[in-house]
Ligand binder design. Structure first.
Ligand code: CMP
Length: 232
């Protein structure tokens, strides 16, 4: 049993972009209004169309924001980690949740009720600027996703995602750049908005051409330049 504190302490809360400009006393006030919750790996934090009354701030673990089609195909809109917030949209526009939030690993979050959030924003308008900045960044990423879905084929989208992942999680090895993250073809498919079958075909092609190799769900990029050429 860990002895986790059940408040988000001031020095940790200032890592949260929404609250990073606040002084220690204000952070303390917010942390007292927050409630701690934990989720197991794979557990749903909420589903699309659920009513939404709270904002979530992640203390530990990663959360996938995803949409699922009626046939069960998934697209991952974002993956959030410690210090990130989510669930702000339903709080701001009083609509239901716009997507599912699923715990990727064991997740610890702190929640803030809508009214408490509105109160702290009224007291500290700089939070509203930080929220708008985050929303702008998310729209930029969503635009990029739309652009990739329309202008790149599945080969291009997988190549681009592998290069993105190698920049974020890459470790140099003798063979090439190893992406230090266990990732299944289903997860990759959901990141690029394609079916598992088509991603399987692309990965087979990239492996046959020796652009990549895969070992225990970890991918190594052997020929970066060739993958780059697939993004057109
Ligand atoms: P909400 O609609 O309350 O619940 C789902 C949450 O996922 C949403 O708030 C945002 O916090 C987050 N979210 C929805 N769409 C995106 C997106 N395109 N990029 C990043 N985060 C998103």
């Amino acid at each position: 049993m860990t002895n986790a504190p059940d408040t988000f302490e001031g020095p940790q809360l200032d890592r949260v972009s929404f609250f990073s400009e606040l002084d220690a006393a204000s952070l303390q006030q917010i942390s007292q209004a927050m409630r701690r919750r934990t989720f197991r790996a794979g557990e749903a934090i909420f589903h699309r169309d659920d009513p939404g009354q709270v904002l979530y701030v992640i203390k530990e673990g990663r959360v996938r924001i995803r949409l699922t089609s009626a046939e069960g195909q998934e697209v991952a809109l974002a993956v959030f980690g410690p210090g990130d917030s989510f669930g702000e949209m339903a709080i701001l526009d009083s609509q239901p949740r716009s997507a599912d939030a699923i715990a990727i690993d064991k997740v610890e979050v702190f929640t803030l009720q809508r009214q408490d959030f509105v109160n702290v924003v009224r007291e500290h308008p700089e939070i509203a600027i930080a929220v708008m900045k985050t929303l702008s960044e998310r729209i930029r990423q969503a635009n990029q996703m739309v652009e990739d879905l329309i202008f790149l084929d599945v080969y291009g989208r997988v190549a681009k995602k592998l290069l993105d992942l190698s920049r974020e999680y890459g470790v140099e090895t003798d063979d090439g750049i190893k992406i230090d993250l266990r990732i299944t073809q289903q997860e990759l498919a959901s990141m690029v908005g394609a079916s598992r079958e088509s991603v399987n075909k692309v990965m087979g092609y990239f492996t046959d051409k020796s652009y990549i190799s895969t070992d225990k769900h970890k991918i190594t990029i052997l020929r970066i330049a060739e993958l780059q050429k697939r993004i057109y």
